[in-house]
Design a protein around this ligand. Structure first.
Ligand code: MTE
Ligand code: MO
Length: 317
C-alpha cells in the first residue's frame, strides 16, 4: 500500500499482528509464534523476533567464506543510540518499537511516498545475500543479509534530475536511549550516499539476517547495507530517506571529519589517522586466525570500482 506523503496513515493500514503472522511470506516457526500470540503469551516484539522470512536466491551473494556466527553477528554491535559498548545494543535495544513503523521518502522526487514497514517488506522478492561487513575500526564479519536492492524503491519515487545525493535518517527517541547525552552526536543518526552509489544493485535495503527479521540491535526493522564501504555508512532503523541536490551532513563526518570521510570506501591504502587499514580482524575466529588482509572496496572492486574512476581516493576517503 502506497500512502501519499501528505496523508495521515489511517489506522486500518496498521497491520494487526495476527495478519502479519498469517501472511504467506512468513513460514516455519511463525506457526508456533502465531499460536502463542493468539493465546496472548508473546508480546508483538517477541513474535517479530522469531519470524522467519522467505527468500529467493541472489546472484549478488559473496560465497566461499565462512559465515560469522549468529551469536557474534547479534551480540557484537555498533548502535550508539543504545550504548557505545559492543555488547550494549543487544541489551538496551530490546525496547526499540519496531511496529508500527513508517518510512518517509521526500526531497527531490516526483513522487514523495510514505510506506508502512509491512508494505515495504512485500514490495519485491526478498533475497538472501552473503556480504562481507567491514567496520572502520578494522574488524570484519561475513553476514547473510535479507532484503532487496534499494534501487527498486528509488525507482518508484522517480527522483528528479536535481537529485544528486540520498540522505538516510535513523529513528531516534531520547527516552529510549541508554545514556542520554552520552555522546557528542547530533541525533538523529544521519548518513548519505551519492545517487549512483544508492542506485547500485549491491546497495541493499535490509530487513533481515540469518533467515529472520533483523534483531533490534542490528537495526530493525530496516537498515541499509553498503558492502564496499565502512559499516558506519549503513544506517540502522531508518525512518526517512531524502533526495538532495547537495551532499548531506553525516554523523561521523560531523564528529571527526579528518577520521571519517563522506565516501568511506574500504581501502587498505588509506589508513585511518589512528590505525592501519591494511589488515582487519575477523570476529569469531580463534585469536591467531583473526588477522587478514583488507581487500580494496572490501572485495567488491569488480562490481563498484567504476563508480570511482578518475577520483583521488586518498582525498575523497
Ligand atoms: N543508527 C545507527 N546506525 C549505525 C550505527 C549507529 O551507531 N547508529 N553504527 C554503524 C556502524 S559504525 C557499524 S560498523 C554498523 C554495525 O552494524 P552491525 O551492528 O549490524 O554489525 O552499523 C552502522 N549503523
Ligand atoms: Mo563501524
Amino acid at each position: 500500500m502506497l500512502i501519499r506523503q501528505s496523508e495521515e496513515i489511517p489506522s486500518s493500514e496498521i497491520t494487526p499482528k495476527e495478519d502479519y503472522i498469517n501472511r504467506r511470506r512468513f513460514i516455519g516457526s511463525a506457526g508456533a509464534a502465531g499460536l502463542a500470540l493468539s493465546a496472548g503469551l508473546l508480546s508483538t516484539r517477541e513474535a517479530f523476533a522469531s519470524t522467519k522470512l522467505q527468500t529467493v536466491k541472489s546472484a549478488l551473494t559473496t560465497t566461499g567464506e565462512d559465515l560469522t556466527s549468529y551469536k557474534d553477528v547479534t551480540s557484537y554491535n555498533n548502535f550508539y543510540e543504545f550504548g557505545t559498548g559492543k555488547s550494549e545494543p543487544a541489551i538496551y535495544a530490546k525496547d526499540l518499537p519496531t511496529r508500527p513503523w513508517t518510512l518517509k521518502i521526500d526531497g527531490k522526487v516526483k513522487k514523495p511516498l510514505t510506506f508502512d514497514i509491512d508494505t515495504l517488506l512485500k514490495l519485491r522478492p526478498l533475497e538472501e545475500r552473503v556480504y562481507r561487513h567491514r567496520c572502520v575500526e578494522a574488524w570484519s564479519m561475513v553476514i547473510p543479509w535479507i532484503g532487496y536492492s534499494l534501487s527498486e524503491l528509488i525507482k518508484l519515487c522517480e527522483p528528479l534530475s536535481t537529485a544528486k545525493y540520498v540522505q538516510f535518517l535513523s529513528w531516534y527517541d531520547k527516552k529510549y536511549m541508554h545514556w542520554p547525552g552520552q555522546t557528542s552526536i547530533n541525533w538523529p543518526y544521519s548518513e548519505g550516499l551519492r545517487m549512483d552509489e544508492a542506485m547500485h544493485p549491491l546497495t541493499l535495503l535490509t530487513f533481515g539476517l540469518y533467515g529472520e527479521v533483523l534483531p533490534n540491535q542490528n537495526g530493525a526493522p530496516l537498515r541499509l547495507t553498503v558492502p564496499w564501504k565502512y559499516g558506519f555508512k549503513s544506517a540502522k532503523s531508518i525512518v526517512a530517506i531524502r533526495f538532495l541536490d547537495h551532499q548531506p551532513p553525516t554523523t561521523w563526518n560531523d564528529l571527526a571529519p579528518d577520521e571519517y570521510g563522506f565516501y568511506s570506501n574500504v581501502n587498505p591504502n588509506v589508513d585511518h589517522p589512528r590505525w592501519t587499514q591494511k589488515t582487519e580482524r575477523r570476529i569469531g575466529l580463534p585469536f591467531y586466525q583473526q588477522k587478514r588482509t583488507t581487500l580494496f572496496l572490501n572485495g567488491y572492486a569488480d562490481q563498484v570500482g567504476s563508480l570511482y574512476a578518475g577520483m583521488d581516493l586518498k582525498k575523497n576517503f
